[in-house]
Write a protein that binds this ligand. Structure first.
Ligand code: A2P
Length: 411
């Protein structure tokens, strides 16, 4: 008699729908388009995923890092995963598969070598970054914060309605670091009658609070009234947040993010490149440095900030009051009357000598946050200034990523 053939076992890659904040990072990172989503979930197609792991380090919550040993023929399909509210538990494998020694079960990570540097930025934090806490509060266990401030930080006569919103956590612990984000759960139900998913916002305040020593933090939120193509659209969470009044309660989850973090060692330099609300983490990092200006521990700060006009540039007034020997500010305005259109990448080229000098210093970290479109432009500009200086960009780019010194957060 023939023995039954051993069932083929798959280490199936799954995303935990209870922890996932639907930030799209995994789908963007996947080099072979194995990740897809609908209005409910982000899911991994078992017929495409080769376990390259490229999506795992960038995930800000760790929701992506779930695996189940399955008989391949019974793997969870895309449609089934899209309907999940929670991950299924481990299933017992049939005798024929379970009888295989553990070493014979192909690990997803054995199937393909991770693509080195498939993302433009690092997937590790700078070596000296402080330890971040993540997922302290989840969709199932959100915490309630109180609004203690909400005011507009762009000119009232402009189309860019950007708000600075301060949330207080009272007695509950909510430890954060500059560069991390939180999730906000807007009240109400979506078109399918389900509670809205969390929306992610970067912190605009440093680790010790919007007001030093207070258990609070701030966000920079743009009221969304149109989609990327310019068609009318109502941003559920941004409108909710921008309309909040003092003392209103907000459901918060997080914190999230373990790589877009600032270096913690003395005399570290920061190159900060942002557009619009991408200024939030730059404000947080700048404020961290400003509060310790007298310690002599600060390195150099070089800021490239893009906006349509001065009046549409969030925090323009307070930013311009910072001492020039503390921060080197370069504003790229694209629609200022009487001025040529300029983007942040144009200014990086204009300031090539300073950028090169900082890039050559291993104590320099670079942060890019804002419009997705600027990613390529900024990388091209960094490459050009490097090559002009007689250096090899691909070697430097790899080093910046390996050492956690180049970080992108774009949307
Ligand atoms: P533009 O005037 O061409 O839209 P927004 O106000 O939409 O958030 O944009 C912030 C700034 O980023 C604007 O000055 C905008 O210019 C600019 N911007 C748009 N696309 C890019 C890009 N691909 N690279 C750099 N900056 C960009």
């Amino acid at each position: 008699m023939n023995a039954p053939l051993p069932a083929e076992v798959l280490k199936q890659h799954l995303i935990d729908p209870e922890i996932c904040i639907r930030c799209n990072t995994c789908e963007e990172t996947c080099p072979i388009k194995a990740i897809t989503h609908d209005s409910n979930n982000y899911v991994v197609d078992p017929d495409i995923c080769n376990g390259c792991m490229a999506c795992v380090p960038p995930c800000p919550t760790g929701a992506i890092d779930n695996w189940r040993l399955m008989v391949r023929a019974e793997a969870y399909g895309v449609q089934e995963q899209l309907g999940w509210e929670e991950l299924p538990g481990e299933k017992a494998l049939p005798e024929t598969a379970a009888a295989l020694p553990a070493d014979d079960v192909p690990a997803a990570t054995d199937l393909a070598a991770p693509a080195p540097f498939s993302a433009p930025g690092a997937t590790v934090p700078p070596w000296s970054a402080a330890h971040p806490y993540v997922n302290l509060y989840t969709h199932k266990t959100p915490m309630t914060a109180t609004v203690v401030g909400n005011y507009r930080v762009t000119g009232v006569d402009t189309e860019s309605d950007i708000h600075h919103i301060v949330l207080d956590f009272g007695e509950l612990p909510f430890p954060v670091l500059e560069g991390q984000s939180i999730g906000i759960l807007p009240p109400g139900l979506d078109a399918q009658g389900r509670p809205h998913h969390a929306r992610q916002y970067s912190l605009a305040s440093p680790r010790d609070g919007e007001r030093a020593g207070y258990n609070n933090l701030s966000l920079t939120v743009k009221r969304v009234t149109e989609d990327h193509a310019g068609a009318a659209a109502h941003g559920v969470c941004s409108n909710y947040l921008c309309d909040l009044a003092k003392n209103d309660k907000v459901q918060v989850i997080g914190p999230f993010g373990h790589t877009f973090l600032m270096p913690n060692h003395p005399r570290a330099n920061l190159i900060m490149i942002c557009t619009g609300t991408g200024s939030a983490p730059m404000r947080a990092m700048t404020e961290r440095y400003r509060r310790r200006i007298d310690t002599g521990e600060n390195g150099r700060l070089l800021l490239f900030f893009g906006a349509r006009t001065e009046r549409e540039l969030p925090y323009f007034g307070p930013l311009m009051k910072l001492p020039r020997d503390f921060i080197d500010i370069n504003l790229a305005l694209s629609r200022e009357t009487g001025q040529p259109k300029r983007y942040v990448q144009d200014l990086i080229r204009e300031r090539a000598a300073s950028v090169r000098e900082l890039l050559a210093d291993c104590n320099t970290c670079i942060y890019v946050c804002g419009l997705k479109g600027m990613e390529v432009g900024v990388l091209d500009a960094l490459r050009d200034v490097t090559v002009q200086g007689g250096q090899d960009w691909s070697i430097l780019h790899d080093a910046l990523r390996r050492e956690g010194r180049l970080h992108f957060e774009t949307y």
